[in-house]
Design a protein. Structure first.
Length: 319
């Protein structure tokens, strides 16, 4: 069927130089590429250990079928809500005995929620990590929001263009470092850049930057400020986050929360930082280039340990 396989198999000099085992791996890899190409019309593929593929109609089927255990489930095209939704499965979570991968060109519908996955990426929902600090790139707001809503921890592997995002009650978003990953504001963005949706929430944000590009936002990273809600319950963590470039008077980081852990926070903007609440542990908070934030560049209140560094006036209190 494939003459080139006969050629490679018969080329004994090549086999002697490469080794039989390496040759088998090469042939298997080529077969896998061809298999993916010939099965490109299928939305959900199941890859076995020997590189063969079968098809499943939906993620729910792939999540609950016994014959998918120990195999890799591959999404090769944009799934509809019906194809993506696993809530109708007998087990409303992604089982740990099978791996889920989304290939380029594939995506999961924004309504899908996962329980049991170690993490998801925005790319799994159609995002593209091509944002630049000048505001160019692919608008990934919808895909980012879908990833946040998926329940699973979200891994940021680059820079994504966005306008406004809302964190659900329980959310974990981690990057790969403040100089390697983050969110970049789209030109013309307004309102609050990132906020939470309820109260007594458990939110973890770590290791990424938020570039707001001096757009006309009325808030940067705002948590616990919607309708007087208290954002955090126990085990909440905001760590190694850099928020920068907001208009005068708008705090880059504005948090009203209890029993939270806040550390290595940097706001590089004119509006400074505002953190209030009780039972908080606050350590290594820094404000740069701040001015015009009422009578101070930083205001931190908490019942825990406070270690603050700033370029302007700092006011701390115990409440």
């Amino acid at each position: 069927m494939y003459p080139w396989l006969d050629y490679l198999a018969g080329n004994t000099a090549y086999i002697r130089n490469t080794g039989v085992r390496q040759m088998k791996k090469l042939i298997l890899s080529i077969i896998m590429v061809f298999a993916l190409a010939t099965a490109s019309g299928a939305a959900v593929l199941v890859m076995s250990a020997n590189g063969t593929f079968t098809e499943k109609p939906t993620l729910a089927t792939a999540a609950t079928s016994y014959d998918c255990a120990g195999k890799t489930i591959i999404v090769t095209s944009a799934l509809t809500a019906v194809q993506s939704n696993i809530s109708s499965a007998s087990v409303n979570s992604w089982p740990t005995d099978r791996t889920l991968e989304v290939k380029p060109g594939g995506s999961i519908h924004p309504t899908t929620k996962f329980i049991g996955l170690n993490n998801v990426t925005p790319e799994m929902f159609g995002a593209v990590a091509d944002a630049k600090t000048d505001g160019t790139g692919t608008d990934s707001t919808v895909a980012l929001q879908a990833a946040f809503n998926s329940v699973a921890p979200v891994k940021l592997n680059g820079y994504y263009l966005f306008s406004n995002l809302t964190l659900p009650n329980i959310a974990t978003v981690r990057g790969t470092g403040i100089h390697m990953s983050g969110l970049i504001a789209k030109t013309g963005s307004t309102g609050i850049a990132i906020q939470n949706s309820g109260n007594a929430e458990k939110i973890t944000l770590e290791d990424f930057a938020i570039y707001l590009r001096n757009q006309s936002y009325t808030g940067g990273l705002n948590l616990g400020l919607s309708g007087g809600d208290t954002v955090f319950g126990t085990e909440a963590l905001i760590n190694n986050i850099w928020v920068r470039d907001l208009p005068t008077g708008v705090p880059g980081i504005n948090i009203n929360g209890n029993v939270g852990h806040f550390g290595r926070l940097l706001a590089q903007n004119k509006g400074g930082i505002n953190i209030v609440g009780s039972g908080n542990m606050i350590n290594k908070v820094e404000s740069m280039q701040s001015s015009g934030f009422v009578d101070t560049s930083m205001y931190v209140a908490g019942t825990g340990m406070v270690n603050v560094a700033g370029t302007g006036t700092t006011r701390t209190a115990t409440v």
